[in-house]
Design a protein. Structure first.
Length: 176
């Protein structure tokens, strides 16, 4: 009796009459499925999921460097371009951005936590990776003086010297 019921149910479900009645519902569900698929794909490409879980891994694998270090290299190029300007404001901005970049680099390289000061981070880096520690501390003093005094006059020579010291440090840390 069970097999007869199942055979009848199968015949009824596959009958042309029922399929004609359900065609509207089928179309609605197919359209809803396509709309949901489109929304999922849109949100997937709009979010950073693919970049963080796929593209960054491949980028790191192919370049043998951490993805964050590659972005730091691009930021450094932009900072160096600011130095080519004739504006003292651009020089000051380049100095501030380079100091922030150095802080982030030291955190990424295991030289401390973000809330620590630059001096504390520099103490954690070994001398073989940072032979110009004293120069970095001198440039950090310029940075602090510049932040403390908004009227601080920064010459092009001082800015270039500052950035050259930071650049040497970043090269020693194998960032650029």
């Amino acid at each position: 009796m069970d097999s007869e019921f199942l055979n009848n149910l199968n015949l009824w479900l596959s009958s042309a009459q029922l399929q004609e009645q359900l065609i509207g519902i089928k179309i609605v569900f197919i359209l809803l499925g396509l709309i949901f698929l489109g929304v999922i794909l849109y949100l997937l490409f709009k979010s950073s999921f693919l970049r963080t879980h796929f593209l960054q891994d491949w980028s790191e694998f192919l370049s043998y460097k951490a993805y964050e270090l590659q972005t730091l290299k691009h930021r450094w190029k932009k900072i160096r371009q600011r130095l080519e300007s004739d504006s003292e404001g651009d020089w000051k901005l380049a100095v501030i951005e380079s100091e922030e970049l150095l802080n982030e680099t030291l955190v990424l390289k295991g030289g401390g936590r973000p809330e620590e000061t630059l001096e504390q981070k520099l103490e954690k880096i070994e001398d073989e990776f940072l032979p110009n520690r004293q120069e970095v501390l001198r440039t950090h003093k310029i940075y602090k003086d510049m932040l403390a005094d908004p009227d601080y006059h920064l010459t092009s020579f001082e800015a270039k010297k500052f950035l050259n010291t930071i650049e040497e440090t970043l090269i020693n840390l194998e960032v650029i």
